[in-house]
Design a protein around this ligand. Structure first.
Ligand code: PXP
Length: 260
Protein backbone atom coordinates (compact mmCIF):
# COMPACT_ATOMS: atom_id res chain seq x y z
CA UNK A 1 0.00 0.00 0.00
CA UNK A 2 1.40 3.39 -0.98
CA UNK A 3 1.37 6.34 1.41
CA UNK A 4 0.69 9.90 0.36
CA UNK A 5 1.48 12.25 3.24
CA UNK A 6 -0.68 15.33 3.41
CA UNK A 7 1.35 18.27 4.78
CA UNK A 8 -1.44 20.89 4.84
CA UNK A 9 -1.47 20.93 8.64
CA UNK A 10 2.18 22.00 8.75
CA UNK A 11 1.22 25.05 6.69
CA UNK A 12 -1.80 25.61 8.94
CA UNK A 13 0.51 25.88 11.94
CA UNK A 14 2.70 28.35 10.06
CA UNK A 15 -0.33 30.45 9.09
CA UNK A 16 -1.36 30.71 12.74
CA UNK A 17 1.59 33.11 13.13
CA UNK A 18 1.95 34.28 9.52
CA UNK A 19 5.67 33.53 9.55
CA UNK A 20 7.75 31.01 7.59
CA UNK A 21 8.03 28.25 10.15
CA UNK A 22 7.19 25.34 10.11
CA UNK A 23 7.82 24.88 6.39
CA UNK A 24 5.67 22.28 4.57
CA UNK A 25 8.55 21.62 2.13
CA UNK A 26 10.75 20.59 5.05
CA UNK A 27 7.95 18.23 6.15
CA UNK A 28 7.79 16.81 2.62
CA UNK A 29 11.54 16.11 2.64
CA UNK A 30 11.29 14.40 6.04
CA UNK A 31 8.31 12.37 4.79
CA UNK A 32 10.42 11.19 1.87
CA UNK A 33 13.23 10.17 4.24
CA UNK A 34 10.67 8.26 6.31
CA UNK A 35 9.44 6.27 3.31
CA UNK A 36 6.45 8.24 2.01
CA UNK A 37 5.59 7.55 -1.63
CA UNK A 38 3.87 10.83 -2.41
CA UNK A 39 3.17 14.29 -1.03
CA UNK A 40 -0.42 15.49 -1.02
CA UNK A 41 -1.37 19.14 -0.63
CA UNK A 42 -4.65 21.00 -0.92
CA UNK A 43 -4.53 24.41 -2.58
CA UNK A 44 -7.75 25.85 -1.17
CA UNK A 45 -9.53 28.83 -2.68
CA UNK A 46 -9.14 30.70 0.64
CA UNK A 47 -5.41 29.72 0.90
CA UNK A 48 -5.93 28.96 4.58
CA UNK A 49 -2.84 26.74 4.71
CA UNK A 50 -0.97 25.82 1.50
CA UNK A 51 -0.32 28.84 -0.76
CA UNK A 52 0.74 29.18 -4.41
CA UNK A 53 4.42 29.52 -3.51
CA UNK A 54 4.27 26.33 -1.37
CA UNK A 55 2.83 24.43 -4.34
CA UNK A 56 5.65 25.59 -6.60
CA UNK A 57 8.40 24.87 -4.06
CA UNK A 58 7.01 21.45 -3.14
CA UNK A 59 6.51 20.32 -6.75
CA UNK A 60 10.03 21.50 -7.68
CA UNK A 61 11.93 20.30 -4.62
CA UNK A 62 10.18 17.51 -2.71
CA UNK A 63 11.72 14.73 -4.85
CA UNK A 64 8.42 12.83 -4.66
CA UNK A 65 5.33 12.74 -6.89
CA UNK A 66 3.01 15.53 -5.77
CA UNK A 67 -0.75 15.12 -5.70
CA UNK A 68 -2.55 18.48 -5.52
CA UNK A 69 -6.11 18.54 -4.22
CA UNK A 70 -8.17 21.40 -5.58
CA UNK A 71 -11.64 22.60 -6.53
CA UNK A 72 -12.66 23.36 -10.11
CA UNK A 73 -12.06 27.09 -9.62
CA UNK A 74 -10.70 28.29 -13.02
CA UNK A 75 -7.78 30.30 -11.57
CA UNK A 76 -6.63 27.38 -9.44
CA UNK A 77 -6.93 24.92 -12.32
CA UNK A 78 -4.90 27.27 -14.52
CA UNK A 79 -2.20 27.59 -11.85
CA UNK A 80 -2.00 23.83 -11.40
CA UNK A 81 -1.94 23.23 -15.16
CA UNK A 82 1.16 25.45 -15.36
CA UNK A 83 2.90 23.92 -12.35
CA UNK A 84 2.36 20.40 -13.76
CA UNK A 85 2.24 18.16 -10.69
CA UNK A 86 2.07 14.40 -11.10
CA UNK A 87 -1.62 14.32 -10.20
CA UNK A 88 -4.54 16.64 -9.46
CA UNK A 89 -7.34 15.39 -7.23
CA UNK A 90 -10.56 17.32 -7.68
CA UNK A 91 -12.41 17.80 -4.40
CA UNK A 92 -15.56 19.69 -3.45
CA UNK A 93 -14.89 22.83 -1.48
CA UNK A 94 -17.00 25.04 0.73
CA UNK A 95 -15.55 28.17 2.32
CA UNK A 96 -17.09 27.54 5.76
CA UNK A 97 -16.03 23.92 6.10
CA UNK A 98 -13.30 22.88 8.54
CA UNK A 99 -12.17 20.17 6.13
CA UNK A 100 -13.46 18.44 2.98
CA UNK A 101 -16.81 17.09 4.11
CA UNK A 102 -17.88 14.71 1.38
CA UNK A 103 -17.20 13.46 -2.12
CA UNK A 104 -17.98 15.39 -5.30
CA UNK A 105 -21.61 16.01 -6.16
CA UNK A 106 -21.59 15.28 -9.89
CA UNK A 107 -25.08 16.61 -10.53
CA UNK A 108 -24.00 20.12 -9.55
CA UNK A 109 -20.83 20.49 -11.60
CA UNK A 110 -20.80 17.76 -14.25
CA UNK A 111 -20.13 19.95 -17.31
CA UNK A 112 -17.47 22.07 -15.60
CA UNK A 113 -15.85 18.92 -14.22
CA UNK A 114 -15.81 17.41 -17.68
CA UNK A 115 -13.94 20.46 -19.03
CA UNK A 116 -11.46 20.47 -16.15
CA UNK A 117 -10.70 16.73 -16.51
CA UNK A 118 -10.03 17.09 -20.25
CA UNK A 119 -7.95 20.22 -19.74
CA UNK A 120 -5.69 18.69 -17.08
CA UNK A 121 -5.31 15.40 -18.94
CA UNK A 122 -4.28 17.30 -22.06
CA UNK A 123 -1.52 18.87 -19.94
CA UNK A 124 -0.28 15.36 -19.02
CA UNK A 125 -1.48 15.60 -15.43
CA UNK A 126 -3.15 12.50 -13.99
CA UNK A 127 -6.61 13.28 -12.67
CA UNK A 128 -8.33 11.80 -9.65
CA UNK A 129 -11.81 12.52 -8.30
CA UNK A 130 -12.56 12.51 -4.57
CA UNK A 131 -15.82 10.60 -4.34
CA UNK A 132 -18.18 9.02 -1.87
CA UNK A 133 -17.99 5.21 -2.05
CA UNK A 134 -21.06 4.66 -4.23
CA UNK A 135 -21.61 2.82 -7.52
CA UNK A 136 -23.03 5.97 -9.12
CA UNK A 137 -19.97 8.05 -8.27
CA UNK A 138 -17.58 5.37 -9.54
CA UNK A 139 -19.54 5.08 -12.79
CA UNK A 140 -19.63 8.85 -13.29
CA UNK A 141 -15.85 8.95 -12.75
CA UNK A 142 -15.33 6.27 -15.36
CA UNK A 143 -17.48 8.17 -17.87
CA UNK A 144 -15.51 11.35 -17.20
CA UNK A 145 -12.34 9.49 -18.18
CA UNK A 146 -10.16 10.05 -15.10
CA UNK A 147 -7.35 7.63 -14.23
CA UNK A 148 -7.96 7.61 -10.45
CA UNK A 149 -10.68 7.83 -7.87
CA UNK A 150 -10.02 8.60 -4.22
CA UNK A 151 -12.66 7.09 -1.95
CA UNK A 152 -13.77 9.29 0.93
CA UNK A 153 -13.17 7.37 4.17
CA UNK A 154 -14.59 10.14 6.38
CA UNK A 155 -17.86 8.40 7.16
CA UNK A 156 -16.06 5.20 8.15
CA UNK A 157 -13.61 7.21 10.30
CA UNK A 158 -16.41 9.13 12.04
CA UNK A 159 -18.35 5.98 12.91
CA UNK A 160 -15.13 4.31 14.12
CA UNK A 161 -14.48 7.28 16.42
CA UNK A 162 -18.04 7.21 17.79
CA UNK A 163 -17.83 3.50 18.44
CA UNK A 164 -14.43 3.36 20.05
CA UNK A 165 -14.12 6.69 21.85
CA UNK A 166 -17.19 5.80 23.97
CA UNK A 167 -17.48 9.49 24.83
CA UNK A 168 -20.22 9.97 22.31
CA UNK A 169 -22.27 7.07 23.59
CA UNK A 170 -24.96 7.87 26.14
CA UNK A 171 -24.47 6.43 29.62
CA UNK A 172 -28.14 6.18 30.53
CA UNK A 173 -28.21 2.48 31.04
CA UNK A 174 -26.15 -0.54 30.11
CA UNK A 175 -28.97 -1.71 27.87
CA UNK A 176 -29.11 1.57 25.96
CA UNK A 177 -25.33 1.61 25.72
CA UNK A 178 -25.38 -1.89 24.19
CA UNK A 179 -28.11 -0.93 21.72
CA UNK A 180 -26.09 2.08 20.57
CA UNK A 181 -22.91 0.03 20.27
CA UNK A 182 -24.61 -2.61 18.20
CA UNK A 183 -26.14 0.05 15.88
CA UNK A 184 -22.73 1.66 15.40
CA UNK A 185 -21.10 -1.71 14.71
CA UNK A 186 -23.61 -2.35 11.95
CA UNK A 187 -23.00 1.13 10.54
CA UNK A 188 -19.25 0.57 10.66
CA UNK A 189 -19.56 -2.74 8.85
CA UNK A 190 -21.78 -1.12 6.20
CA UNK A 191 -19.35 1.77 5.69
CA UNK A 192 -16.51 -0.71 5.13
CA UNK A 193 -18.67 -2.74 2.76
CA UNK A 194 -19.44 0.42 0.77
CA UNK A 195 -15.73 1.18 0.49
CA UNK A 196 -14.94 -2.38 -0.55
CA UNK A 197 -17.73 -2.50 -3.18
CA UNK A 198 -16.78 0.89 -4.62
CA UNK A 199 -13.12 -0.17 -4.80
CA UNK A 200 -14.03 -3.42 -6.61
CA UNK A 201 -16.28 -1.55 -9.03
CA UNK A 202 -13.60 1.05 -9.75
CA UNK A 203 -10.95 -1.60 -10.35
CA UNK A 204 -13.28 -3.46 -12.72
CA UNK A 205 -13.65 -0.20 -14.68
CA UNK A 206 -9.85 0.03 -14.92
CA UNK A 207 -9.59 2.93 -12.46
CA UNK A 208 -6.78 3.15 -9.92
CA UNK A 209 -8.08 3.47 -6.38
CA UNK A 210 -6.85 5.68 -3.55
CA UNK A 211 -8.61 6.42 -0.27
CA UNK A 212 -8.32 8.97 2.47
CA UNK A 213 -9.73 11.32 5.06
CA UNK A 214 -9.78 10.80 8.80
CA UNK A 215 -7.53 7.74 8.71
CA UNK A 216 -5.36 7.24 11.77
CA UNK A 217 -3.17 4.74 13.62
CA UNK A 218 -6.21 2.81 14.87
CA UNK A 219 -8.77 2.83 12.08
CA UNK A 220 -6.39 2.23 9.15
CA UNK A 221 -6.12 -1.54 9.70
CA UNK A 222 -9.52 -2.49 8.30
CA UNK A 223 -8.85 -0.39 5.20
CA UNK A 224 -5.70 -2.42 4.53
CA UNK A 225 -7.90 -5.47 3.97
CA UNK A 226 -9.39 -3.85 0.86
CA UNK A 227 -6.94 -5.15 -1.73
CA UNK A 228 -8.22 -2.96 -4.54
CA UNK A 229 -7.08 0.22 -2.73
CA UNK A 230 -3.50 0.94 -3.68
CA UNK A 231 -2.82 4.26 -1.97
CA UNK A 232 -3.83 6.11 1.17
CA UNK A 233 -3.56 9.86 1.68
CA UNK A 234 -3.16 10.69 5.34
CA UNK A 235 -2.44 14.03 7.02
CA UNK A 236 -4.02 15.10 10.28
CA UNK A 237 -3.24 12.01 12.35
CA UNK A 238 0.40 11.95 11.21
CA UNK A 239 0.91 15.61 12.11
CA UNK A 240 -0.90 15.14 15.43
CA UNK A 241 1.35 12.16 16.26
CA UNK A 242 4.43 14.13 15.18
CA UNK A 243 3.64 16.91 17.66
CA UNK A 244 3.88 14.52 20.60
CA UNK A 245 6.66 12.37 19.22
CA UNK A 246 8.84 15.41 18.75
CA UNK A 247 7.68 17.64 21.61
CA UNK A 248 9.88 16.21 24.34
CA UNK A 249 13.05 16.62 22.27
CA UNK A 250 12.06 20.16 21.31
CA UNK A 251 11.57 21.21 24.95
CA UNK A 252 14.77 19.43 26.03
CA UNK A 253 16.80 21.25 23.36
CA UNK A 254 15.46 24.69 24.32
CA UNK A 255 16.10 23.97 28.01
CA UNK A 256 19.67 22.88 27.18
CA UNK A 257 20.30 26.07 25.20
CA UNK A 258 18.96 28.50 27.77
CA UNK A 259 20.57 26.70 30.69
CA UNK A 260 24.07 27.66 29.58
N1 PXP B 1 -7.61 13.02 0.87
C1 PXP B 1 -8.34 14.13 0.56
C2 PXP B 1 -8.99 14.22 -0.78
C3 PXP B 1 -8.46 15.18 1.49
O1 PXP B 1 -9.20 16.27 1.18
C4 PXP B 1 -7.78 15.09 2.73
C5 PXP B 1 -7.83 16.23 3.69
O2 PXP B 1 -7.21 17.35 3.13
C6 PXP B 1 -7.03 13.93 2.99
C7 PXP B 1 -6.98 12.91 2.05
C8 PXP B 1 -6.29 13.74 4.28
O3 PXP B 1 -7.20 13.70 5.33
P1 PXP B 1 -6.70 13.70 6.83
O4 PXP B 1 -5.95 14.98 7.05
O5 PXP B 1 -7.94 13.59 7.62
O6 PXP B 1 -5.79 12.50 6.99
Amino acid sequence: MKLGVNVDHIALLREARKINDPDPLEAALLAKRAGADQITIHLREDRRHINDEDVKRIVENSQLPVNIECSIDPDIIEYIANIKPYRATIVPERREEVTTEGGLDFSLIYDRLDNVVHYLKAKDIEVSLFIDPTKEAVKASKILGVQWVELHTGRYANIFAMLYSNLSLTRNSIKEFEIQRSKLKKMLYKSLEDLKNAAIEAEEFGLKVAAGHGLNYQNVFAILDIDEIEELNIGQSIVARAVFDGFENAVREMKRIISK
